[in-house]
Design a protein around this ligand. Structure first.
Ligand code: PLP
Length: 375
């Protein structure tokens, strides 16, 4: 099988599974206990926290483990926002777990403002800035889009937002950017940054939120006081250790190699008739390519390719329950274009041969589909 839906989720690294197994079988003690074996587990958590902090360029005490990025994002928005009265500005290109959370706040009567996108999928900075005022509490802009792979220039956005209102808490969803582009939080100028394990070879069910030590976030869960009292609940030690292990392995992959592989994919896809690469003019991730194959139906194409052993995505997996695609329509794509949009996402393990073989199968199935006039 050729697996090209790595933006949806990734295969867990064997080394991460080994690290988890060790925790479940041998170092399974409750990290809050005070006997020697338990203290060793607590140390494992500290060491893992330091690994993540080093990659994000922050202090270990600025990293809080969560159960997933959906949790990190909901925590950032609801707590960062409810600190004060005021408004929240969110880009329209957000993953559902930011967008729906913001919509929920809006439905509850909060002042939530959505910034439009440019046609390349980046957020419109002038439009976003026009929504920021002296009452803005929090601004949230996705770093790398899960839909198109387009990268927002978070450093410039943060700078411009803070020049307008220095008290704004800047949040970015870094799930598709973590380890794949520069994600030094200090350089990006963000106060909150969310990551998820299962996009980088760690298991599902582990995430983290970076919280700038200068800002005061409300605790998410109250209880035993774990995670410095900010997110109570006995720690998912296996997940935490696996997240650190996967981080170390993923970080060894070469960005240049992945970029070359993405470009090979793009060039081969361009040889297929009536196929357009989305966001091609913008700075994009080396691991996500979204294309529109006109006169096809992505859902059927995806199934046909899967039957031939090639797994590709179509929009975000979380959005696949809903019809249409909010982000692509915000970018100005027509329904006909959205119907034919597929997302191909690579991992460091994807080979050139995987790409050549996958494009042959995608091409064959597009031709077959068009022959049946399904589009
Ligand atoms: N944010 C982005 C950009 C994503 O791509 C995803 C997953 O698809 C999430 C958030 C949600 O992450 P999790 O599955 O860890 O809740």
């Amino acid at each position: 099988m050729i697996y090209l839906d790595n933006a949806g989720t990734t295969r867990v690294y064997d080394e991460a599974i080994e690290a988890m197994k060790e925790v479940y079988s041998n170092t399974f003690f409750n990290p809050s206990s005070t006997y020697k074996d338990a203290l060793a587990v607590k140390k494992l958590i500290s060491e893992s926290r330091a690994v993540i902090a080093q990659k994000l360029g922050c202090a270990p005490n600025e990293i809080y483990f969560t159960s997933c990025a959906t949790e990190s994002n909901n925590w950032a928005l609801t707590s960062g926002f409810k600190n004060k009265r005021g408004n929240l500005v969110v880009s329209s290109g957000e993953h559902a777990c930011v967008y729906e959370c913001a919509k929920n706040l809006k439905n509850k009567g909060f002042d939530v403002r959505f910034a439009p996108l440019n046609s390349d999928g980046t957020v419109s900075l002038p439009a976003l800035l026009s929504l920021v005022d002296e009452n803005t509490c929090l601004v949230s802009v996705i770093h790398t889009s899960n839909e198109t792979g387009v990268i927002n220039d978070i450093e410039s956005i943060s700078r411009a937002v803070k020049a307008k209102n220095k008290n704004v808490i800047m949040h970015s969803d870094g799930v598709q950017a973590y380890l794949k582009t520069n994600c030094s939080v200090k350089k990006l100028g963000v106060d909150l940054y969310s990551i998820s394990g299962h996009k980088i070879g760690a298991p599902k069910g582990i995430g983290a939120l970076y919280v700038n030590s200068k800002i005061k976030l409300q605790p998410l869960l109250f209880g035993g006081g774990q995670e410095s009292g900010m997110r109570s609940g006995t720690e998912n030690v296996g997940g935490i250790v696996a997240l650190a292990k996967a981080t170390q392995i993923y970080a060894q992959s070469s960005s240049e190699e992945m970029l070359k592989r993405r470009d090979l994919l793009v060039n081969l896809l361009k040889e297929i008739d009536d196929v357009t690469i989305l966001s091609e003019s913008a700075t994009r991730s080396h691991s996500i390519v979204t294309v529109v194959a006109l006169n096809t139906k992505a859902e059927i194409l995806q199934t046909m390719c899967a039957d031939d052993g090639v797994i590709i995505g179509r929009g975000s997996a979380c959005a696949s329950h809903h019809s249409g695609n909010r982000v692509l329509s915000e970018m100005g794509l027509t329904q006909r274009q959205i119907d034919g949009a597929i997302r191909i996402s690579l991992s460091p393990q994807t080979s050139d041969e995987d790409i050549r073989q996958a494009v042959r199968i995608i091409d064959k199935n597009i031709t077959k589909l068009r022959g049946h006039n399904i589009g």
